[in-house]
Design a protein around this ligand. Structure first.
Ligand code: F6P
Length: 487
């Protein structure tokens, strides 16, 4: 099989460079080994007509990395607009933050169509396409429109919300119908899958039997594939990274004090405000814990052009300063707050240095930071994970201290419990989590999805698929008033 993996963001194989986003970091090692072609945005845009959409194609392990410049006229409406101001908030059950327009939707569909045309370059009879995430819900349907009959799979890295919540996204029906062009649709958790099935039956009147739904496109299988990490590799990286200069400097600065660590994109789904409030509450309720434990919060800026993200950045900056003002001493800073990204190597060392990992999103597809924190621990003296029960990872990491991220007092108590947990209990909890991590690695996730995709029945393939010649890419792909196609 010739596998083509597609995601908005791609990663290059440099362990010492900062990486934003779990998806790209998680996929890199497995895509590298698989020999797949990984296609994604170059992060740049281009104006005007272009025959060759690929800005760069380079070797990536046994395969290749192909990056496109996306159409300048549509990039903002696609990325900041529909993907991250309509889909992202709804997928994280924050429909109150949906801000979008008809033009955004038009741009989203244009970029999906643009990507579909570009992908034809990699189409061979034995090709299978694997599309990642909410940026490309309609890419499978665009590929089918271009005559592609080969297997196309889709994996959603975010949660899928209740039908009434996704119903808040303009054009939800059209998009979800388009998703049924995929042969295989993968979710992080059973809840996500059940919500999707709920929508199909209640809103589209479709029956799902044994995880299979039949639509005008043919059969689509719906299945849960919880994403994992490579725990062994991460543990080795963490053990080595303790001597990294950044990690050594951090250790020296602690003077024996305990450290809690949070590492997140600066995103409202991550529960950062509530987390800081919980630390504030803890130091107020238990002043003895001041100087005993401090918080290192790394919040990597992301999607800064979107108002909700700008507002959050301001709110967090103020909150950190309030908390530090309230509990700080001339020689003690309760919260170290950093707005920058770190390499996987440094992060692994930081996780190992911290006695408590705080991963308290309000809602999260999986949250690989939780898994990485666990894998990075010293088996002889492991730290404690405080984990939101609304992160997909909580299904597996159920011996973490599970918290409700809306319950500030409960979180404050859980963090204090984590700080003073005896070694025997820490080890028991950690060992149970490691068993889960070893059973569900990223390699297993990748292999399971690809096997299921290969096993998917040929879609309306009465005869061999016609090979479609890649048409030249010319912008605008459709004229601005051709958006009547989108209801
Ligand atoms: O699943 C969500 C996701 O794709 C993650 O992989 C990643 O954390 C994030 O979104 C990336 O966001 P962006 O590419 O917008 O920074």
């Amino acid at each position: 099989m010739n596998l083509v993996v597609v995601s908005n963001r791609v990663a290059r194989g440099k362990a010492n460079e900062p990486m934003t986003g779990g998806l790209a970091a998680a996929l890199l090692p497995v895509v590298e080994k698989s020999g797949a072609i990984w296609v994604g945005s170059s992060g740049r845009v281009r104006d005007g007509a272009q025959k060759e959409p690929f800005a760069e194609i380079e070797a990536l392990g046994a395969g290749a990395l192909a990056m496109l410049d996306l159409p300048a006229a549509h990039y903002g409406g696609y990325y900041e607009g529909f993907a991250n101001s309509a889909l992202w908030p709804a997928l994280h059950s924050r429909s109150d933050l949906i801000r979008t327009s008809q033009d955004d939707y038009f741009s989203y569909r244009e970029v999906n169509a643009f990507m579909a045309k570009a992908l034809l370059r990699f189409q061979k009879p034995e090709t299978a396409f694997w599309i990642q995430d909410y940026h490309f819900l309609a890419l499978g349907a665009e590929l089918r429109d271009l005559g592609v009959k080969q297997p196309i799979g889709f994996f959603l890295h975010t949660p899928w919300p209740a039908r009434t919540v996704i119903g808040g996204v303009p054009h939800h029906r059209e998009l979800i119908e388009a998703m049924l062009a995929y042969d295989l649709i993968g979710f992080q958790t059973q809840d996500d899958c059940d919500h999707f099935v709920g929508y199909l039956s209640a809103d589209l009147g479709l029956d799902v039997e044994d995880g299979v739904v039949t639509s005008r496109y043919g059969r689509s299988r719906l299945k849960v594939f919880p994403i994992g990490i490579d725990p062994q590799k991460f543990a080795e990286q963490a053990a080595k990274a303790v001597s990294h200069p950044d990690v050594s400097r951090l250790r020296r600065s602690l003077h024996g004090e305990k450290l809690a660590i949070g590492v997140d994109r600066l995103d409202y789904s991550k529960g950062l405000v509530n987390r800081l409030c919980a630390f504030d509450r803890m130091w107020t309720a238990q002043p003895a814990l001041a100087r005993t434990v401090s918080l290192l919060q790394i919040a990597t800026p992301s999607r800064g052009a979107i108002e909700a993200y700008g507002n959050l950045q301001n709110e967090l900056a103020k909150l950190v300063s309030d908390v530090n003002g309230r509990h700080g001493e001339v020689d003690w800073t309760p919260v170290r707050y950093l707005n920058k990204g770190f390499s996987q190597t440094v992060l692994a060392g930081l996780y190992r240095t911290a006695q408590v990992g705080v991963v308290t999103p309000l809602h999260d597809g999986m949250n690989l930071v939780a898994k990485e924190y666990v894998a990075a621990q010293n088996p002889a003296d492991p730290g404690v994970l405080v984990l939101s029960k609304f992160a997909g990872a909580a299904n597996e990491l159920d011996t973490a201290l599970l918290v409700n991220p809306h319950d500030i007092d409960g979180m404050a108590r859980a963090i204090a419990t984590a700080v003073s947990m005896p070694l025997a209990e820490r080890r028991l909890r950690w060992e149970a989590m490691m068993v889960k991590l070893r059973a569900g690695t990223i390699q297993q996730w990748f292999a399971d999805f690809v096997d299921a995709l290969q096993a998917s029945q040929p879609r309306k393939r009465a005869s061999e698929p016609p090979m479609v010649e890649p048409p030249p890419i010319l912008w605008p792909l459709r004229s601005a008033n051709s958006n009547a196609r989108y209801r």
